[in-house]
Design a binder for this molecule. Structure first.
Ligand SMILES: [Zn+2]
Length: 209
């Protein structure tokens, strides 16, 4: 998943070390929840500094090594395929327009539509476009919902027990947490219910780390 990929604007399944010197990316099987202080409550396995989510806000610079990877890949590319991007945020929007041709698949118009490099322009949905592209290239299609292991995570103990290492979606996380919420006697107010649910979600996350 990480090999060679430059993830300019982060990944919900990746936490990032807050130490500028280390900056390690740590993969998670569950979506990392963004909090106001950006901290996830977990520590970097390499240097022990607090981990944050890996998202990028407008004021934040792009992670250098990811930008470098993306620049190298775009310079070397004979053809760039843009999938589901408005092509309006620099520098990412400029990356596909190097020496090679460009294909754009997006439901709305983009500033790249009329450019000389743009050889393919499709308004199809990405899944449909990729289905036909992979057919044409004779490549095996990924199975629908091929988030392996996530299936097994549906049971109340599944996620912790399964060694599959597949990704668990936000919806599946909520389902797992719902099965763990502390049972209380009598009336339980909404605030308490939310706190209990948050605790259960933390517990599920801890089991997947
Ligand atoms: Zn670190």
């Amino acid at each position: 998943m990480q090999t060679g990929a430059g993830k300019l604007h982060g990944n919900v399944y990746v936490e990032r070390c807050s130490s500028a010197r280390c900056g390690r990316d740590v993969r998670r099987r569950f979506p990392v929840r963004r909090r106001p202080d950006r901290l996830t409550g977990r520590a970097c396995p390499t240097c022990g500094s607090p981990l944050t989510d890996s998202g990028i806000d407008f004021w934040q610079g792009l992670p250098e090594r990811h930008l470098r990877r993306a620049l190298e890949a775009s310079r070397a590319a004979r053809f760039s395929l843009v999938l589901g991007s408005s092509l309006r945020v620099a520098p990412a929007a400029e990356l596909p327009f190097g020496k090679g041709g460009v294909g754009i698949v997006n439901l709305m118009n983009t500033p790249g539509d009329g450019r000389a490099e743009t050889q393919i322009r499709s308004y199809a949905k990405i899944d449909l476009f990729m289905y036909h592209l992979m057919e044409a290239l004779g490549l095996e299609h990924p199975r629908p919902g091929a988030v392996e292991g996530a299936e097994g995570a549906e049971g109340s103990e599944g996620a912790e027990g399964s060694e599959g290492g597949g990704l668990v979606s936000a919806t599946q996380m909520k389902r797992l947490a719902a099965g763990r919420v502390k049972v209380r006697e009598g009336f339980v107010g909404e605030e308490q219910r939310e706190r209990d649910f948050a605790d259960a979600l933390l517990e599920v996350e801890a089991g997947l780390v």
